[in-house]
Write a protein that binds this ligand. Structure first.
Ligand SMILES: [Zn+2]
Length: 53
C-alpha cells in the first residue's frame, strides 16, 4: 500500500503537495494554477446573459 503525502493533480496529473493543493468542485486535489486555468477554460453557463441589444 502506497502511503504518499503527494497526490495527483486531477487536471495535469502531476504530483501535487497536499499542503498547497487546491480542491476543485469535485473535491479532487488540483494545483492552484491548474484550477485557475480550468476556471478560465470553462465558459460560464449561468449568469451569462448578455443584453447587447
Ligand atoms: Zn496541476
Amino acid at each position: 500500500m502506497i502511503t504518499s503525502r503527494f497526490q495527483m493533480c486531477a487536471i495535469c496529473l502531476e504530483p501535487i503537495d497536499l499542503c498547497t493543493a487546491e480542491t476543485d468542485d469535485e473535491g479532487r486535489a488540483v494545483h492552484e494554477e491548474c484550477y485557475l486555468m480550468k476556471m478560465k477554460g470553462n465558459p460560464p453557463t449561468e449568469n451569462s446573459e448578455e443584453t447587447s441589444q
